[in-house]
Design a protein around this ligand. Structure first.
Ligand code: ADP
Ligand code: MG
Length: 387
């Protein structure tokens, strides 16, 4: 129903705000544009109702090139909600809600009916219809702003960071309200946000923008499963990848990489040789039965190089490890917050069974959460190489 075809917008002065955007939205979809500030979200949105005109390409609504439509007419058919609410201060709430109908010369009786229906929908008292915006709280005003957009019977509603200025609780309530009304009334909503939580909560498809380009377009699930690149991963955030689903997988259930180990009685010369050969900067120190005792790293070896001491004499016994019975998600969180590269995994007797590497984390998360076998075996291979 809304289709961007090779849409580019260059502002006067040469700023390329939007570059070759090709996306199309179905009727009744809740679309979120997300991206950092200046990525072109607002420009994209404002081209839909011709508040901005594309420099190249075209936008179709219901198959019709909007360039061929009268912009004022077009704007009456498309609702618009912005952060600063935009209620008319000298008009009552009733008149504010039915502003568009008034422009369209709908009868007073009809308008009253609409106003009452809408204020009921957002669960505000009908008495409020005769008040003025300044008599309402910010959250209530924004509710009215949302309702006004929905009241006009427009099929498409554009919302540009409408809840950005609200406190988290009001914001959450309004998100629920908009989502619910959108589903019940079958509206198509195009919503701009820079908040991934908001996008994941509201959207059935998300357009991710960066530097004027569409980086990824898909359902929240597709984006969480297969972020197109590091930028998207960052936008999603490690935390969210971990929290995507509560999961009871334990560390011992995932494929671990092979650790490179050494025993105490070896000389530092031998340790250096092993490190070079295996291309690692840390060795785990174990006893004959593979119990984890500590680690040595290049710094220590550098310092003690000529001392003639053994691995056991210079090793650091303070080694962070996890049991294989630990919950994987807790372990991942610890690794991420500590910023360490890998963690040794031990059994109940503290015997070393493998290591979990930071590099393989994201892929392991995908595997345990979404069951993609392929990714995990690949991840383990690369983890092996790294350690
Ligand atoms: P977003 O909504 O993602 O923050 P915008 O669409 O508002 O991004 O802006 C995209 C880019 O275009 C930014 O670099 C912005 O500075 C620039 N821009 C926006 N509006 C104008 C304008 N009227 N004139 C010149 N440059 C603009
Ligand atoms: Mg913007």
């Amino acid at each position: 129903m809304i289709e961007f075809q090779h849409v580019t917008k260059v502002y006067k002065g040469g700023k390329i705000a939007v570059e070759d955007v090709n996306v199309s939205f179905e009727k009744g979809e809740f679309i979120c544009f997300i991206g950092t500030s200046g990525s072109g979200k607002t420009t994209c949105m404002r081209m839909i109702n011709r508040m901005n005109e594309p420099t190249e390409g075209k936008i179709l609504i219901d198959g019709q090139d909007i360039q061929s439509l009268n912009p004022v007419e077009l704007r009456r058919k498309i609702g618009y909600v912005i952060q600063s609410i935009g209620l008319m201060p000298h008009m009552t709430i009733r008149d504010n809600i039915t502003l568009v109908q008034k422009l369209l010369k709908v009868s007073d009786e009809e308008r009253n009916k609409t106003a009452e229906k809408m204020i009921d929908l957002v669960e505000l008292p009908r008495e409020m219809l005769d008040r003025y915006p300044s008599e309402l709280s910010g959250g209530q005003q924004q509710r009215i702003g949302v309702v006004r957009a929905l009241a006009a019977d427009q099929d498409i509603i554009l919302m540009d960071e409408p809840f950005g200025a609200l406190d988290p609780i009001t914001r959450d309530a309004l998100q629920d309200l908009v989502k619910d009304l959108q589903e019940r009334l079958g509206k198509t909503i195009v919503f701009v946000t820079h908040d991934m939580d908001e996008a994941l909560k509201l959207a059935n498809r998300i357009v991710i923008m960066s530097g004027g380009k569409v980086i990824q377009f898909g359902t929240p699930d597709e984006i969480l499963r297969n972020p197109a690149n590091e930028f998207v991963e960052e936008l999603i955030g490690e935390d969210r990848l971990l929290q995507a689903k509560p999961d009871a997988t334990i560390v011992g259930e995932v494929a671990l990489a092979n650790p490179i180990t050494i025993t105490r009685e070896h000389s530092l010369q031998e340790a250096i040789r092993l490190m070079r050969q295996k291309r690692v900067d840390t060795l785990l120190v174990v006893d004959e039965s593979n119990h984890l005792e500590g680690y040595i790293d290049v710094e220590v070896i550098d310092r003690e190089r000529g001392s003639g001491k053994s691995v056991g004499e210079v090793m650091n016994p303070q080694v962070f490890f996890v049991k294989q019975s630990a919950l994987l998600r807790d372990t991942l969180r610890r690794i991420l917050t500590r910023g360490i590269k890998y963690v040794p995994v031990v059994d109940e007797e503290k015997r070393l069974v493998g290591i979990l590497t930071r590099a393989s984390l994201v892929d392991i998360v995908y595997d345990v959460i979404w069951g993609e076998e392929e990714t995990v075996s690949g991840a383990v291979e690369s983890a092996k190489e790294e350690v």
